[in-house]
Design a protein around this ligand. Structure first.
Ligand SMILES: [Zn+2]
Ligand SMILES: [Zn+2]
Length: 332
């Protein structure tokens, strides 16, 4: 029996399950589609947090990945297999993830990709055979991808044992090329970060635009362009510059965090909010706060000061995403 879901009548919803260097994970719901953005928590913890906010893990349709760092993919394979849902990567991110999980793999990436394509073709052929001839091709694809767990193909245990990178289905996308996942339009954009092919996203459903931009060393023009006219902005506010400089990290790590492919400081985020941000978002969420080099209050004060000049933000809300507990669901 399905429990009555608290927010089920809202068509567009956004829930940050975790944000920070120990794990990132957000649920975006639009219409009848539900996407998990990153899977940086263990599957068990991810499911636990979803249930805490009255979201049913079994209703997820897809997982989409920003980049291959472990705080974004730690629970990916297990979660995707358990739910039998497709995972969307850029090819560069996927390749880096495969390398990370199988450093001594004999097969080349090209051979491995070919094997995946054959497996996918076989699955598609099976799905096609089962489909009614009158079905619209697009509907066929969507229904094949968003098959509920109970009707998903059983996971071949042997494949999983042999190959830690095995996933039920892989879909590639490219930064700069919008894609559609069910009822949600996704615009992926390149971000400057020390990963293979990292991206941020703008999700759009029912006319509502939700932006996710964390893990970026600075905010280049292409990102600024994407963050215009959004209704919700999840933006990194990683560290306080003084805390980082005086903090426990080794010099090399401090340099990495501070670099143009590292993370946004409270100060950099404040500068953006003060000088470039258009003040359109109903919700600004500060995310990916460092536990070693930041304090929630410092991030909040810095952003509040920066937003003071924005008359349009009166009545709008500044929120903080946390590492150890999910945020309340934001509904539109
Ligand atoms: Zn991260
Ligand atoms: Zn990262």
């Amino acid at each position: 029996m399905h429990r009555l879901k608290r927010y089920a009548h809202f068509m567009v919803r956004f829930t940050v399950l975790a944000s920070g260097s120990k794990g990132n994970c957000t649920v975006v719901t639009g219409g009848n589609t539900r996407i998990l953005v990153d899977a940086g928590l263990s599957c068990r913890e991810l499911f636990r947090r979803m249930r805490m906010v009255d979201e049913d893990p079994a209703t997820l349709d897809a997982i989409i990945i920003t980049h291959e760092h472990s705080d974004h993919v730690a629970g990916l394979a297990v979660t995707a297999r358990k739910l039998g849902i497709p995972v969307y990567f850029t090819e560069g991110t996927h390749r880096a993830w495969v390398r990370w999980l199988s450093p001594r793999k004999q097969m080349t990436y090209t051979q491995w990709l070919e094997q995946c394509r054959k497996q996918a073709a076989a699955r598609m052929a099976e799905a096609d055979a089962a489909m009614n001839d009158e079905c619209d091709p697009e509907e066929v694809e969507i229904s094949a991808e968003s098959a509920p767990v109970e009707t998903a193909e059983p996971v071949p245990a042997k494949a999983m044992e042999k190959d830690p990178t095995w996933l039920p289905s892989i879909q590639f996308f490219q930064a700069g090329k919008p894609l559609q996942i069910g009822d949600i339009s996704v615009s992926p954009f390149t971000i400057p970060h020390d990963a293979a092919d990292p991206v941020g996203f703008v999700f759009q459903a029912e006319g509502v635009r939700l932006a996710v931009a964390t893990d970026l060393g600075y905010i280049p023009p292409n990102v600024k362009a994407q963050l215009k006219s959004v209704d919700l902005l999840l933006l990194e506010s990683n560290h306080d510059l003084e805390m980082l400089r005086d903090g426990p990290y080794p010099w090399s790590v401090k340099q990495r965090v501070l670099s143009r492919v590292g993370h946004l400081s409270n100060e950099a985020t404040a500068t953006y909010l003060e000088t470039e941000y258009d003040g359109q978002a109903t919700y600004v969420i500060l995310g990916h706060l460092s536990e070693s080099n930041n304090l929630p209050e410092l991030a909040r004060i810095s952003a509040e000061r920066a937003l003071n000049g924005h008359a349009t933000l009166l009545g709008n809300r500044l929120l903080l995403a946390a590492q150890h507990e999910p945020m309340s669901t934001i509904c539109f």
